[in-house]
Every structure is written in structure tokens, then in C-alpha cells.
Design a protein around this ligand. Structure first.
Ligand SMILES: N[C@@H](CCC[C@H](N)C(=O)O)C(=O)O
Length: 268
């Protein structure tokens, strides 16, 4: 297998392997099974590079497209931290003008990013606040809020983040509500418009941060607080702090750091 280029980056310690594949000639001809196998090998934290997911950097219709994969090789519609790392890569490499809004295509449609020094903001679009559902881990069960951020989330407000336990297995959830699986956020209050969370990500397990999850947690908290569009929350995650703003015109903006930490080649 010939070597091919990769980069490694993270946003609040949600970490990704980036695969530049502008014209699709490096990975684009792999079958779905072969691609999933490559993603698992790259994300392996002992035998590979290590990551919560893979961002394939593709040029499409004259723009950029983020082909996101979870560490188990499954595909997701959207990744809020990943797209901010993706934008950092484009700016670092001079592939886009970082002083202007950066459009990036995803399976959840076109997103726009803006860079302000160390911070990158992703316009995540309009959230869908859906009904209540149930999630459970051994010894605990909660009524959770179903929030769709392009990908599916269940947000449970808990007394203590420790109540979520070791999170080695996916939390139990309603398969009728989430036929494709779900990302589950466990959220506590830290103060006025300030929450903290842990997350179990579909396809990746417990991670140190989840951008779409932080947005879902913020939206659920704002709704529970009798707020809505026109509010902003600080969301602490194990890997750092994100700011989530729900704008008056019903869009959710995700702001936080995004860095590239390594570049190299691999044959994995
Ligand atoms: N870490 C991501 C979310 C990645 C996708 C998720 N695991 C899913 O399957 O929907 C984020 O920062 O949003």
C-alpha cells in the first residue's frame, strides 16, 4: 500500500485524522467496507494514529466537502468540532481566505465558518427540538430531550456527571426514536447560562467533546430555562470550553478552538 498524507487535529480534544483527498484519487475509489476498515485502522489508538473520527478533505463542485466518519467506520451527517478543525486546515494551508466566511459542504448541507484568531465559529443551522425520550445506563434512567442538529441527540439532565458511569457501552435508548443510533449528552448546571456535559458518541464511544452535542445540550437547556433564540451558553466539556449561541433568527453558532497538531504520511 503506497503512503498517503494525513494530518491530526482536535477541537477541545475531540480529535481527528484528516485525509487530504481533493480529487478523490487517494481514498475515493475504496468500497464502503474498505473505507470503513481504513478509518478503523487510522483511529486505532494503539496500532494507528488515533482519533475519534476521520475527516476526508474533498473538493466538490468548486467548493470543499467534509466527508466525516466515526472511529468505527460509520458515516455521520455532521460533526461540529470536526468542521472547525477542517476549516483550520484549509486556512493553515492557504486553501481559503481566512478573513472571509468559509463555506464547507457536509451530508447535512452547506455550513459557513468564520475564523477569529484561535477561535473558529461554525454556523450549525437551525436546531430541531423534538419530543422527550428515555436513556439509561446501568443503575440510572432519565427522561431526555430529543434534539436534531443534523445528527441525532438525546440530552439528559443529571444530578452528577458521575451518574453516567463508565460509558464503555452505548446508553440504552429507544430504537424507534433513533433507528440509526444516537449521541447521548449527560448535562449538569454550572450556573446561569453555563452547563457542563459528558457525551457518548454514536460510532466513537465516550469522547472529550462533541460540537453538535454541545449545541444540542445548549438548546435543551435554553428550552428548559424558558429561553430560546437570542440566548448564549457556556458549555464545558472534559476537553475544554465551547460557546453556543442561539441567534434571534433561529440559528445555532458553535465557537471554540481548533488546532492542527501533526502532519505526515501513513500506509495504514
Ligand atoms: N464529534 C462530533 C460528532 C460526530 C458524529 C457523531 N458521532 C454521530 O454519529 O452523529 C461533533 O463534534 O459534533
Amino acid at each position: 500500500m503506497p503512503d498517503y498524507p494525513f494530518l491530526k487535529g482536535h477541537g477541545t480534544e475531540n480529535d481527528f485524522v484528516l485525509l487530504p483527498d481533493h480529487d478523490g484519487s487517494v481514498h475515493g475509489d475504496l468500497s464502503p467496507d474498505e473505507m470503513a476498515q481504513r478509518v478503523r485502522a487510522l483511529c486505532d489508538r494503539r496500532a494507528g494514529i488515533g482519533g475519534d473520527g476521520v475527516l476526508r478533505v474533498v473538493r466538490e463542485d468548486g467548493g470543499w466537502f467534509m466527508d466525516y466518519r466515526n472511529s468505527d467506520g460509520s458515516v455521520s451527517e455532521m460533526c461540529g468540532n470536526g468542521i472547525r478543525v477542517f476549516a483550520r486546515h484549509l486556512v493553515d494551508e492557504g486553501l481559503v481566505d481566512g478573513s472571509a466566511p468559509i463555506p464547507v459542504g457536509t451530508r447535512d448541507g452547506l455550513k459557513t465558518l468564520t475564523v477569529d484568531g484561535d477561535l473558529i465559529t461554525a454556523d450549525m443551522g437551525t436546531p430541531r427540538v423534538l419530543g422527550e425520550t428515555t436513556v439509561a445506563v446501568p443503575g440510572h434512567a432519565w427522561v431526555a430531550r430529543h434534539v436534531d442538529m443534523g445528527n441525532p441527540h438525546a440530552v439528559a439532565f443529571v444530578d452528577s456527571l458521575d451518574d453516567a458511569g463508565h460509558l464503555l457501552d452505548p446508553p440504552e435508548h429507544d430504537p424507534a426514536t433513533y433507528p440509526e443510533g444516537v449521541n447521548v449528552e449527560f448535562v449538569v448546571r454550572r450556573g446561569d447560562r453555563h452547563v457542563a456535559m459528558r457525551v457518548h458518541e454514536r460510532g466513537s464511544g465516550e469522547t472529550r467533546s462533541c460540537g453538535t452535542g454541545a449545541c444540542a445540550a445548549m438548546v435543551a437547556a435554553a428550552v428548559a430555562d424558558g429561553l430560546g433564540p437570542g440566548s448564549a451558553y457556556r458549555v464545558d466539556v472534559p476537553g475544554g470550553t465551547l460557546t453556543v449561541t442561539w441567534t434571534e433568527d433561529d440559528r445555532v453558532l458553535l465557537t471554540g478552538p481548533a488546532v492542527i497538531v501533526a502532519r505526515g504520511t501513513t500506509s495504514l
